[in-house]
Ligand binder design. Sequence first.
Ligand SMILES: Nc1ncnc2c1ncn2[C@@H]1O[C@H](COP(=O)(O)OP(=O)(O)O)[C@@H](O)[C@H]1O
Ligand SMILES: [Mg+2]
Length: 440
Amino acid sequence: MGLKDRLEADRRAERRSDLGSVAHWRERLLSEINLDDLAMLDMQQRRTRLEKVVGHLLSREGPVLSDRERGVLVRRVVDEALGLGVLEPLLEDESVTEIMVNGHDTIYIERNGKVELLDMGFASEDQLMQTIDRIVSQVNRRVDESSPMVDARLPSGERVNVIIPPLALTGPTITIRRFPKPFTLQKLVSLGSLDTDTAVLLASLVRSRFNVIVAGGTGTGKTTFLNALSGFVPNDERIITIEDSAELQLQQDHVIRLESRPPNMEGVGQVTIRDLVKNSLRMRPERIIVGEVRGAETLDMLQAMNTGHDGSLATVHANSAQDAVYRLLTLASMSEVKIPFEALRDQINAAIDVIVQLSRYPDGTRKVSEIGIVASERHEEFRLEHILRFDAQPPGPDRKVHGVHHRFPLPPHVAQRVIAAGESIPAVFGARSANGSSPA
Ligand SMILES: Nc1ncnc2c1ncn2[C@@H]1O[C@H](COP(=O)(O)OP(=O)(O)O)[C@@H](O)[C@H]1O
Ligand SMILES: [Mg+2]
């Protein structure tokens, strides 16, 4: 064995013994105190209390350590004992937006849009698995070989995904996404995603109870945009939001949030988006907001929109506004209720008013790339009238995507509806004011 190999082996041994000792002291700590007794204390008080106990234990039974070693060991033991172990301080740090655990000794975080590798880890794979168990048992799920993937939500709202070996070859993997403060439409304007006139128009459309679909690919900002649009729903309306994993953060007072549920360990108890959409109709909604339509619930949503629940909002995965309309058709046809194609098309023509298409550009920016009004009537082929198209120029030396938002007048029947609702239309979209004058 060469010198280098020997040093490496020494280092490994040292790490192993250190890891073992964290587990040992954690066990000692837990045998000295009852975690339930700490229930009345807040996180900081619990930590202080446990640190004191570990400190005593180390002085009484432990090896001689430098102050620094001792401090590190105490902190790690307490992290392990408290809830989510080393993840706790990361969860408390507001500037961390994503926590990614790739096996027990590799933790990445995202902070200010940058991903960094941390110089810390779980003491062992066992410790990591215990933490995972703690996370998923909070939502009555279990992770093991027979169900190696789980989505869950922490009590504080973060979304957690867990996937373990043998599916994850690099070890048990946790991805925690924290939801930052949602963007307002104003903020999206300042980010260059759309212009002020368009924002003013969209606000008018939402207030005038148009049914709006936000479309785009994965990560184009659909949920963000939906959330921003929902900000224009008047505060006195009863809003029901329906999502697979609750991400929307509405600011209104009268909001009921529904979240679907996967089957439990015995494979029963599943509640789908579709069940929730159906149920929501019996809850006297004034607005229904569906986080994302992915299947047969599309039909129920269309029917809701066509039976007096206008002003509804949803997102759909699509590559263009045109594609979005056809996607809705395909999704609606996934229902077991067999409805002729023409009838589904008519439902869409009648239900959907506006498609806002989002795109992500090579410089990472997200923009409104199209806004289409569904102009086709019953018994007609789909026809979209564009009121906005973003024309991107090839990136310049600054590698930023510049371009122009081309805007076109609203179709007259749309303009009339907005004006009838007492809302105004920015001049670039072809109408003058809210006092009843029709667009030029
Ligand atoms: N207009 C925007 N400008 C910059 N970043 C955005 C914009 N919209 C969304 N984001 C960011 O992009 C990521 C994905 O957004 P999200 O709304 O979840 O996308 P989707 O629902 O389409 O998958 C989030 O981190 C979000 O903060
Ligand atoms: Mg989304």
